[in-house]
Ligand binder design. Structure first.
Ligand code: F3S
Ligand code: FES
Length: 233
């Protein structure tokens, strides 16, 4: 099939403003959007810039805006697009480094704030820090996050406030707060309990729609809110 692909191009070092360029390419319906980008880069314009690594929905590096929805280029098939027109843009609300590559420094800064690692000063056991299947089940959904940023850059609260932690960082906080082996629950809840954290989430649900791993992020944020409120009552 013949695809008409319009891509938002911008190099802040040389361009005054972004321009939309359209490419006409041959594609198969089972091609991924990442294949489409590769075809354009390899056959039409080698200057097209985008991130990718694993190409299998694992590394989280190729989240972009595809026909107005945040998605992974490697996990979106041409046949899912419905039609022969494809509009590809960088993640909304993010500053562009070049073309589809956005600056993720702020995203990673917020991720670091919530201490994204297990805190446990107990003596290291001989084999493992045991976790029961029931305790693991409690955090299983949140561990599916691949940190692509599709959720955070779909959230109007994030677009309007650079300091808002955003859904990805709060989901990661959930992953450790409810981990039966972790000892830093109170400290993490304190980091979240303010209007740059949990209380800036107005349950808009864009994050749930954007998540390529189908994580109900809003539910996790609501459970964190309940945990904070329960603590105070
Ligand atoms: Fe944003 Fe998701 Fe909350 S879109 S406002 S983090 S429910
Ligand atoms: Fe790794 Fe798409 S390239 S998730």
């Amino acid at each position: 099939m013949q695809l008409e692909v319009t891509i938002k191009r911008f190099n802040p070092e040389t361009d005054q403003q972004p321009v939309y360029k359209t490419y006409s390419i041959e594609a198969q319906e089972n091609d991924r959007v990442l294949d489409v980008l590769n075809t354009i880069k390899w056959q039409e314009d080698g200057t097209l810039t985008y991130r990718k690594s694993c190409a299998h929905g694992v590394c989280g590096s190729d989240a972009i805006l595809i026909n107005n929805e945040n998605k992974l280029a490697c996990s979106t098939l041409v046949k899912d697009i419905k039609g022969t027109k494809l509009k590809i843009e960088p993640l909304p609300g993010a500053s562009v480094v070049k073309d589809l590559v956005v600056d993720m420094d702020g995203f990673w800064g917020k991720y670091k704030l919530i201490k994204p690692y297990l805190v446990n000063d107990d003596p290291v056991p001989e084999n493992e820090r045991y976790q029961s299947p029931e305790a693991q089940f409690k955090i299983e959904e949140s561990t599916r996050c691949i940190l692509c940023g599709a959720c955070t850059f779909s959230c109007p609260s994030s677009w309007g406030d650079d300091e808002y932690l955003g859904p990805a960082a709060m989901l990661k906080a959930y992953r450790f707060i409810f981990d039966s082996r972790d000892h830093s629950r109170d400290e993490r809840l304190q980091i979240l309990d303010n209007n740059k954290g949990l209380w800036k989430c107005y349950t808009i649900f864009n994050c749930v729609q954007a998540c390529p791993k189908e994580i109900d992020i809003t539910k996790h944020i609501s459970l964190l809110k309940r945990e904070v409120v329960g603590e105070k009552s």
